[in-house]
Design a protein around this ligand. Sequence first.
Ligand SMILES: Cc1ncc(C[n+]2csc(CCOP(=O)(O)OP(=O)(O)O)c2C)c(N)n1
Ligand SMILES: [Mg+2]
Length: 396
Amino acid sequence: MTVESTAARKTTRGGGKRATAKKAAPAKKKAVAAAPAEAEQDQLVQLLTPEGERVEHPEYSIDLSDEELRGLYRDMVLTRRFDAEATTLQRQGELGLWASLLGQEAAQIGSGRALRDDDYVFPTYREHGVAWCRGVDPTNLLGMFRGVNNGGWDPNSNNFHLYTIVIGSQTLHATGYAMGVQKDGADSAVIAYFGDGASSQGDVAESFTFSAVYNAPVVFFCQNNQWAISEPTEKQTRVPLYQRARGYGFPGVRVDGNDVLACLAVTRAALERARSGEGPMLIEAFTYRMGAHTTSDDPTRYRRDEEREAWEAKDPILRLRTYLLNEGFADQAYFDSVEEESESLGKRVREVVRAMPDPDNMAIFENIYADGHALVDEERAQFAAYQASFVDAEEN
Ligand SMILES: Cc1ncc(C[n+]2csc(CCOP(=O)(O)OP(=O)(O)O)c2C)c(N)n1
Ligand SMILES: [Mg+2]
């Protein structure tokens, strides 16, 4: 694949320089995530510029109908609206925590819409846009964040695994699943989402090795949102993340993660590659986490406002809107109807969340072992007795 060879040729410029530096630069108080060097930007697959202009790429192209383009816009707006509602709900005490996807809508909708129904998704905890594409009801994503269930949906109903918080571990689950798909002789593909921070995890390295040597049909979709909580990407790697793939023996490509068309085109190609037996591929979606890591985080303590402002100009929704307007693919009435729809989605999410029943206290012991376990039985009995002690106290 030419992506790999181009990447290899250009690696030495930035990477080589940094690798030979004697001493790491002293840590700054407020780090700024590294802007891609010029040479790296050349490699960014882009089909829609931040100004909303359609451009071509020699290797990745896409031809969508007006309706499909409008659909991508609608997906991104509704996902952003849902996400904003969830953040507000957390602030009002209705959720314990929320991990916002603000800014990452294009990476998620583009890759999510590239999937076939029979493909299988292994997400992190931030893949609300991908969940939307899989047809998971958004309100189901909120139960775990409200603390009323341990997941909220049946993974096999939509081929969308439960949210995974143990960083990077889902890449191993995805690889194992893909090896199973291969043994079944099926032609579906698997996609594993993970972040720039997760790229430092041993689990990710192991899944790269296994998927490569077994030629497993898995796509590794890394959303490089520039931050792993308060750690910038430059603390995770000496080379652009997509170049890691080369050492494992499969192609890697960096895509403009704020360009929904490019994300769709590249992910489609990677999935097709996996389906046709050519093995794994790494996609690095170069994007930005516009909000806090989670509602428990305060990014003003470690990153500069200017950095966020620079990324605001690359907003994924705005550029598609500009393109749709300029080309006459959508008019104001369409945008208004999406706005209206997003308001009613917000309202529905709020109503459903607030009406979620608290779980039965004893439910915590369910779904641990398929056939039961003596220790769990003992703990259940102890907890029941503890609960009963409150009832007794009330009665006395
Ligand atoms: C194995 C493990 N180590 C540490 C953590 C704590 N932790 C939660 S999120 C996070 C950062 C992840 O960053 P990244 O992979 O870039 O994903 P992002 O949150 O930016 O989407 C860390 C270290 C964890 N959940 N699991
Ligand atoms: Mg990150």
